[in-house]
Design a protein around this ligand. Structure first.
Ligand code: ADP
Ligand code: MG
Length: 499
């Protein structure tokens, strides 16, 4: 079943819709300057999807508390709780599948970080039997996942950043679907931003934010200039759950009120007598709520790995690199592939995002003392793609394979591995891989997703799928004229050899 969430209208007046299931598995990043309409957009998304999915809103400004009246969200005021208590609250939220708004408006900045970290940690750490899908919306995400050190203590910042990293990088398996909004892309930690596959880009003024937005969307920086001209409530949408091409969307109306409409003059109530006012304002404070003992949220693994990976001795980094001979280069590539093969041997590896595998890879490279030029994320993704497609080293070096790789590069990053898996089968005249095998190469267990991928690649003109006798199919790669043997789409999952 596809659940379409109408977020607004396109320029031509057609509904612009999110595929909710896809959105939950591929996450969303919203960016736009203050006043561009991000919170409104989040509210629209929350309202439209409320009947379909459990929701958690991390709300630094108390903007979303009105969802309670119309949709029954429970408002949890962070100021009433300790970190330990919020962690317990979060676990119960998952277990009982209650939609909540965590209102952080009444606590100061540093406590916001600690409390949000504890709450997100509680959502994340819950036992496997409570891994139900939940949309986790974080407004002003740069507060919780800042790109650089700020005035808050390092400890609070690290805790929040770790929790956000877990949410965006490792949450999917646990049913957590991050939807985050930020006014300054350049202020948001890169690894957190990078894990969203869907984007809604609103009005943006600063060059640095525009450049980052262009990078994330895979656009020319000049093209990104159009973000300057967007009006309030207009966004460029892109991603597997909404549109494969940048699509201009005007966000629709909302049912519940926001409090961010700017200050309005409100006459003070005149009835209160002086005595009433004294009673209202100066009555003895309520006894302090029961406080649970504190427990520090667990530090997330990827963060530690990243630190380890970066902790290379300064002398080594500064060493001038002599140009390597072709033999040395080949040897270096062989060692990198060997390290990657070990990373991919972990049972969970096919389903972990590239960014997490990358950290793992860097650490292992250090442990095994693989020197040589540093591997950046794009280079790592290429290596990963080839490894996941199960390409033998000799083939991978050959010129025929280079053609397939260059063809693959016209496809989105995450689709390339699947394309190359098909290319390998075609090159070796093997049967066309089953849906289960394709899904695994994509890092998914969803057969439906595998089929959609094939259709997508066909629409992109990368390949042609042919029906064969006996319910089998074969695939022809356009431009290469390689063809697989007929294969059973419903066959078992086969793992290609990882070299
Ligand atoms: N699509 C829209 N349609 C109508 N009003 C909107 C729309 N988007 C934003 N607004 C209004 O513009 C103002 C600023 O929007 P808001 O979502 O708070 O911006 P941001 O969160 O980006 O700072 C609010 O008063 C909001 O109600
Ligand atoms: Mg806002």
């Amino acid at each position: 079943m596809t659940i379409a969430i109408e977020i607004g209208l396109t320029a031509s007046g057609n509904p612009a819709e999110f595929d909710l299931e896809e959105l939950l598995s591929t996450r969303l990043l919203v960016q736009g300057n203050s006043g561009s309409g991000k919170s409104h957009l989040l509210r629209r998304l929350l309202e439209q999807s409320a009947p379909w999915v459990q929701q958690v809103v991390v709300d630094p400004e108390g903007d979303f508390t009105s969802l309670a009246d119309r949709f029954g969200h429970l408002v949890v005021d962070a100021a009433d709780h300790t970190e330990a208590a919020l962690q317990v609250v979060a676990e119960r939220v998952r277990r009982h599948r209650v939609s909540v708004v965590l209102n952080l408006e009444h606590v100061e900045v540093e406590a916001q970080l600690r409390l949000a970290a504890a709450f997100l940690g509680g959502l994340f750490d819950v036992d496997r039997d409570a891994w139900n899908p939940v949309m986790v919306v974080v407004d002003e995400a740069q507060l919780f996942a800042p790109a650089a050190a700020s005035e808050t203590s390092d400890e609070a910042r690290r805790a929040a950043l770790g929790a956000m990293t877990n949410l965006m990088c490792r949450g999917r398996k646990r049913g957590l679907a991050g939807v985050i909004a930020t006014q300054r892309l350049a202020k948001l930690a890169k690894n957190v931003a990078a894990e969203a596959s869907n984007f809604m880009m609103g009005r943006t003024f600063l060059d640095i934010d525009m450049a980052r937005a262009a990078d994330l969307l895979g656009m020319e920086r000049r093209q990104a200039e159009m973000f300057r001209d967007l009006e309030r409530g207009q966004f460029m949408a892109l991603g597997p759950s909404i549109s494969r091409r940048p699509l201009r969307v005007r966000v629709g109306l909302v049912e519940t009120g926001s409090r961010s409409a700017g200050p309005k003059l409100v006459p003070p109530p005149s009835q209160a007598s002086a005595a009433e006012a004294r009673e209202l304002i100066l009555a003895a404070p309520e006894p302090e709520a029961l406080r649970l003992p504190r427990r520090a949220p667990r530090a997330p693994a990827p963060d530690i790995l990243a630190q380890l990976a970066q902790a290379r001795p300064a002398a080594q980094a500064a060493e001038p690199v002599a140009p390597a001979s072709p033999a040395e280069q080949a040897e270096h590539r062989r060692r990198l592939r060997a390290v990657l093969a070990k990373v991919l041997m972990e049972p969970d590896a096919p389903f972990r995002p590239a960014s997490v595998l990358y950290q793992d890879f860097l650490v292992r490279c250090r442990i095994e003392e693989v020197g040589g030029p540093a591997i950046d994320i794009p280079a790592f993704r290429r290596l990963l793609t080839t490894a996941r497609a199960g390409i033998a080293a000799e083939v991978a070096e050959g010129s025929e394979w280079a053609q397939a790789v260059s063809r693959a590069e016209s496809l989105p990053d995450d689709v390339q591995g699947v394309f190359l898996l098909l290319a390998r089968a075609a090159l070796e005249r093997q049967p066309c891989p089953s849906d289960a095998t394709l899904a695994r190469a994509y890092g998914s267990r969803s057969i439906g997703r595998a089929r959609r991928l094939l259709t997508y690649m066909e629409e992109q003109g990368a390949l042609v799928v042919r029906a064969e006798r006996g319910g089998k199919r074969s695939v022809v790669l356009v431009g290469l004229a390689w063809e697989t043997a007929p294969g059973d789409p419903n066959g078992p999952e086969e793992m290609g050899p990882v070299t």
